[in-house]
Design a protein around this ligand. Structure first.
Ligand code: 5CA
Ligand code: ZN
Length: 425
């Protein structure tokens, strides 16, 4: 699948846009419950971020997640690393098919139109595109191959049909992975509750463990399906999709597996368990599991199923500068839960205007300390609000006392563009 146009390469770190280099990046790893260094000392860092299920894209919650991992990619580049980034599109799954059915739109068309909007939004938000952007539809053979491998390894089993359903849905036995549970660290009661809430089927009869997730769903009447050898016609379960794509296009372990905090369990826990059985010698699946906070609207998590959405495309259509939207996002810590309000947008607009005016001046206070401060803040668990505060302080000093460094305004502009991804006007 086509990704989206990249920002101007000369605006990115690591291309001579900024003098010197940033420090090694440390990030909060959900599995360790602590900050860990992420990415190698030199060479290429690998990143897999879970992509959208393409209906009702792109809301501010999605944008928050992809901007968070874009900050990581920029910090890595600034530290001298190359970045190999892969993202999926869940373009076949129950919620997408249900929405298509409910609205009378062909599921392929729905997915196509929403992916198109997502691309435009990501590009408008200056998010550096993944090197590989893959839908499940185009990765079906890869995913069914992984399911067959698990069956051959004894790490998958078939379940008889119930309630008139066909025989042969394939499930993964969570008991097969001795480290199952280590990503989220949840107790069993919590795992059962989250599984029921987030696409699992703990009530399904015939499973060895209620937590066991679906790997392959045999075709039901009217559902899309693909031939998959001994698995029969059907479609992939959700978690195995990301595992199969990540193993094929990044290899294992990946440096960072990312997504929103609603993916810790079951999605990332199950994805890791699948990988541990597929490539036992290369454990763990990821060196770090990183989870961005949830964006809410009117006190509730913004979600497609609830319909309480602020869409990036609607803001753009209403004339809001996407760089202002990005500034509003990076003014919040990537791991914190926060609420989108008109006030958040108003403050970002004002800050953007102050910053733009400041970098348009012929001179200002020296900005080398600012560049070092922004780098230091971002390398410390992507503390973008700390970096924003450092820029605020420079802008404040410039308007209060000014300065005679004629290179400073341009250096501030480049710092903000390259590291925060916010292009000032
Ligand atoms: N296709 C799957 C991942 S394989 C999926 O979760 N799709 S999604 O469209 O529901 O979400 C896409 C990404 O946005 C995920 O990383 C998810 O964690 C994140 N996300 C969803 N809602 C929010 C929210 N309200 N705030 C922050 N991030 C969110
Ligand atoms: Zn995923």
């Amino acid at each position: 699948m086509r990704s989206w146009p990249a920002p101007d390469p000369t605006s990115l770190p690591g291309n001579g846009a900024l003098p010197g280099r940033g420090p090694r990046v440390r990030l909060h790893d959900t599995a360790a419950g602590a900050l860990v260094p992420v990415g190698p000392d030199s060479g290429t860092a690998s990143l897999y971020v879970c992509g959208i299920t393409p209906y009702d894209a792109t809301h501010l919650g999605h944008a928050n997640t992809y901007v968070a991992f874009d900050l990581l990619g920029r910090a890595w580049r600034d530290a001298g690393l190359d970045v190999r980034y892969v993202q999926n599109v869940t373009d076949v799954d129950d919620p997408l098919l249900e929405r298509a059915e409910a609205t009378g739109v062909d599921w392929r068309e729905l997915a196509h139109s929403q992916v198109e909007l997502f691309r435009e939004d990501m590009s408008a938000l200056s998010v550096v595109p993944p090197e590989r952007y893959l839908g499940v539809v185009e990765a079906v053979d890869l995913v069914s191959g992984a399911v067959r491998e698990l069956l051959a390894a004894g790490a998958a089993y078939r379940v008889p049909g119930t309630g008139g359903g066909p025989d042969g849905d394939v499930y993964f036995p969570v008991a097969a992975d001795p480290s199952f549970g280590s990503v989220g660290g949840y107790d069993r009661a919590t795992m059962l509750a989250l599984s029921a809430e987030r696409g699992g089927d703990p009530q399904r009869p015939g499973k060895r463990d209620p937590l066991d997730p679906l790997l392959w769903r045999v075709q039901r009447p009217g559902e899309p399906a693909w031939e998959a050898g001994e698995l029969g016609r059907g479609r992939p379960g959700w978690h195995i999709e990301c595992t199969a794509i990540a193993l094929e296009h990044l290899g294992m372990p990946v440096d960072v597996q990312g997504g929103g905090s609603d993916l810790v369990f079951p999605h990332h826990e199950m994805g890791a368990a699948h990988a541990h059985l597929l490539r036992p010698a290369s454990r763990p699946f990821a060196r770090a599991y990183a989870h961005s906070g949830m964006v809410a609207l009117d006190g509730e998590k913004m979600s497609k199923s609830k319909g309480n959405l602020v869409l990036v495309s609607r803001l753009r259509a209403a004339g809001v500068d996407p760089a202002v939207v990005r500034l509003a996002i990076v003014s919040h810590h990537w791991r914190s839960d926060w609420e989108w309000t008109d006030e958040v947008l108003r403050q970002a607009r004002e800050r953007f205007a102050r910053w733009s005016a400041a970098v348009g001046q012929p001179s200002g206070p020296s900005a080398e300390g600012l560049l070092a401060a922004v780098r230091e803040r971002l390398a410390d668990d992507l503390d973008a609000p700390g970096a924003v505060a450092a820029v605020d302080a420079w802008v404040q000093a410039q308007s209060a006392t000014g300065g005679d460094d004629t290179a400073a305004p341009e250096l501030v502009r480049r710092t903000v563009t390259a590291l925060l991804g916010v292009s000032l006007r």
